[in-house]
Design a protein around this ligand. Structure first.
Ligand SMILES: Cc1cc2nc3c(=O)[nH]c(=O)nc-3n(C[C@H](O)[C@H](O)[C@H](O)COP(=O)(O)OP(=O)(O)OC[C@H]3O[C@@H](n4cnc5c(N)ncnc54)[C@H](O)[C@@H]3O)c2cc1C
Ligand SMILES: Cc1ncc(C[n+]2csc(CCOP(=O)(O)OP(=O)(O)O)c2C)c(N)n1
Ligand SMILES: [Mg+2]
Length: 588
């Protein structure tokens, strides 16, 4: 950890050009970019960089597997809006990062990953721990660099930061040869500044397009705003809210958009898509106008494209021109940063009477649509929905929840109501099991004052559970809820619906998670009934250190509604009548 002395030394480097080793330049540049925390794992090809760390005021979290480092940096970036930074060695250290880099790429998360590389003299000779990591990560990074000369280190890292956070964010990798780390060069932070970012030539919205969009909004009878992750990345929450309120337009959210519009807002419909609320999907299918704000019409959101919202005109606002007309053909495209585009659009929008359409949607919802399940009778079984709903209720929703991938992830989206952006951290596009525990460490590092909960499945938790050690070493307070259903539940659900209940390779034996936590000096408790739930959550919250709760939930429960792959958005499988969790009139 940095001392005052280190801070002064590195600040001096930033203002006065100084001769430094390449390794020192790495850290000095990171300090200059405002970095305070990095996540990494050492090895031969990056050792000079590690050797220089003690001179700089940067906190390094030692992970247990490099995949954990890339997820931690990702969680850090999602929680804070800053760029997450990863350090790893060459060869296996670098390849272990790939899943985390791809996870960040698919969800547009800004990362800078710095890897050591073999010395430039032996590049291409299959030297010890040499892999072509720039080649390997080319398709899953926004950009990458191989740096083999000390003078290029600072400009490359500064450029990497600019690329990672500008336009549509994403991960950038900087691979630095060992000899470049060892040699010296003059470090001139100011001179290493990249040229100003020149936005894509299409990033310009003209009056004609704005007027076309405004006209469509003014004339719409059944409009829906599709609120995506781009709202959070752009910081456009206020503008979207103004648009919705001013024109009385209901808002449907993507998984990654949850939190971009307050869950309790009367115009919030809930999540759309494969496991979205039925009334949301019906509203989209009935709409005559969709206003897509920073969302990319993922296949989990549209169902079959040919049957998607056929009655609706579409406006798409997105910073990435490549997203326009990629999946869904649109009538008006406004390409640019969402908040800037909405600032230009809003003056053209005045009050609209949306009452009739909102009333129609209310009818679609039915009477019991609130998923407030705490009053349902206790049949002696513990359902994941109860667990998640209670964590939401007991925390008052004031927590950052980091999920893994599977059924529990969908139940979190349905039963934890997010009021604020950056309070749900989840892998959407790649759907990476093993994400939750390390990403939560990153989120807690970024926001130490916030309450952080992991909600993970018994399967995914085991993929990165070695990071419990990192929690112990860092002394981090995280609450961990394992939704233990004894199955790779989401796959089991597909087997139940589409493969005649042939539960091939999905029943799962797990270690005693409480003992596993205990082995790391982390307290824990197993919960089997609803009656124990509230007290267990309270104990976890009030315990000073990290705490693990192992919830033994109903094994063969499924997530409803569900749109089967290849079906239209309105062709949902509904919850069968035998379940105690009936919530809408359509469940039967
Ligand atoms: C098991 C599982 C089930 C799932 N089920 C569902 C489901 O039922 N419903 C659902 O919604 N999702 C579901 N998902 C998630 C889904 O796969 C996608 O990840 C998600 O729908 C993408 O949401 P998005 O388009 O809002 O975000 P991203 O994929 O992150 O896209 C963000 C968009 O915003 C744009 N953008 C970024 N910054 C800006 C800016 N400054 N200004 C303007 N635009 C910007 C980007 O260019 C991009 O087009 C599921 C995932 C898993 C793993
Ligand atoms: C790394 C990885 N491997 C495989 C999958 C496919 N997959 C998606 S959900 C799932 C099951 C998850 O099981 P568990 O973690 O127990 O969560 P549950 O669905 O039971 O809540 C699997 C195997 C994946 N998403 N990620
Ligand atoms: Mg499971």
């Amino acid at each position: 950890m940095g001392s005052n002395e280190n801070t002064q030394a590195s600040n001096a480097h930033l203002t006065t050009p100084t001769r430094l080793t390449g390794a020192e330049i790495v850290w000095a540049t990171l300090v200059g970019e405002g970095v305070t925390d990095v996540f990494g794992y050492p090895g031969g090809a990056i050792l000079p960089v590690y050797d220089a760390l003690r001179k700089f005021p940067i906190h390094h979290t030692l992970v247990r597997h490099e995949q954990g480092a890339s997820h931690m940096a990702d969680g850090y970036a999602r929680a804070s809006g800053k760029v997450g930074v990863v350090i790893a060695t060459s060869g296996p250290g670098a390849t272990n990062l790939v899943t985390g880099i791809a996870t960040a790429m698919l969800d547009s998360i800004p990362l800078v990953c710095i890897t050591g590389q073999v010395s430039s003299k032996v590049l291409g000779t299959d030297a010890f721990q040499e892999v072509d990591i720039t080649g390997i990560t080319l398709p899953v990074t926004k950009h990458n660099f191989l740096v083999n000369c000390t003078e290029d280190i600072a400009p490359a890292i500064r450029y990497a930061f600019q690329i990672a956070k500008s336009g549509r964010p994403g991960p950038v990798l900087v691979d630095i040869t060992k000899d470049a780390q060892q040699a010296t060069a003059i470090f001139d932070f100011a001179a290493a500044k990249p040229r100003p970012y020149r936005p894509h030539p299409m990033l310009h919205v003209d009056d004609v397009e704005l007027e076309q969009a405004a006209e469509l909004i003014r004339n719409a009878k059944r409009p829906v705003i599709l609120a995506g992750h781009g709202i959070i990345e752009s910081g456009a929450m206020e503008q979207v809210r103004t648009l919705a309120e001013r024109a009385q337009i209901p808002v449907a959210l993507t998984l990654l958009g949850l939190g971009a519009f307050p869950a309790s807002h009367e115009l919030n419909l809930g999540m759309m898509g494969m496991h979205g609320e039925s009334w949301v999907n019906h509203a989209i299918q009935e709409a005559d106008l969709l206003i897509a704000c920073g969302m990319r019409f993922d296949d989990r959101v549209t169902g079959t494209i040919g049957t998607y919202a056929t009655k609706a005109k579409k406006i798409h606002i997105d910073v990435d021109p490549a997203e326009i007309n990629k999946n869904v053909k649109v009538d008006v495209a406004l390409v640019g940063d969402l908040s800037a585009v909405l600032e230009q659009l809003l003056p053209r929008i005045s009050g609209r009477d949306g009452a009739a359409w909102l009333k129609t949607i209310d009818t679609l919802k039915g009477a019991s649509a609130v998923r407030d399940i705490k009053n349902l009778p206790d049949d002696g079984h513990l359902y994941a929905a109860h667990v998640i709903h209670d964590i939401w209720r007991i925390t008052g929703g004031n927590a950052i929840v980091v999920t893994d991938v599977g059924q529990h992830q969908m139940w979190e989206a349905q039963y934890f109501h997010h009021e604020q952006p950056r309070t749900l951290i989840t892998s959407g596009g790649l759907g990476t099991m093993g994400f939750a525990l390390p990403a939560a460490i990153g989120a807690k590092t970024a926001c130490p004052e916030k309450e952080v909960w992991v909600i993970a499945g018994d399967g995914g938790f085991q993929m990165t559970s070695s990071e419990l050690s990192t929690i112990a070493q860092e002394g981090i307070k995280i609450n961990i809820a394992i939704i233990n259903n004894g199955f790779l539940g989401m796959v089991r659900q597909w087997q139940e619906f589409f493969y005649d209940k042939n539960y091939e390779c999905t029943p799962l034996i797990s270690p005693d998670f409480v003992k596993l936590a205990d082995a790391h000096g982390i307290a824990g408790h197993t919960v089997r009934t609803r009656a124990e739930l509230e007290q267990a959550v309270n104990v976890a919250r009030s315990t000073r250190g990290a705490y693990l709760l192992n919830f033994m939930v109903e094994q063969e429960d499924s997530v409803y509604p569900m749109i089967p792959v290849g079906s239209a958005l309105h062709e949902m499988i509904r919850r069968p009548g035998k379940s105690p969790l009936l919530e809408t009139p359509e469940d039967k």
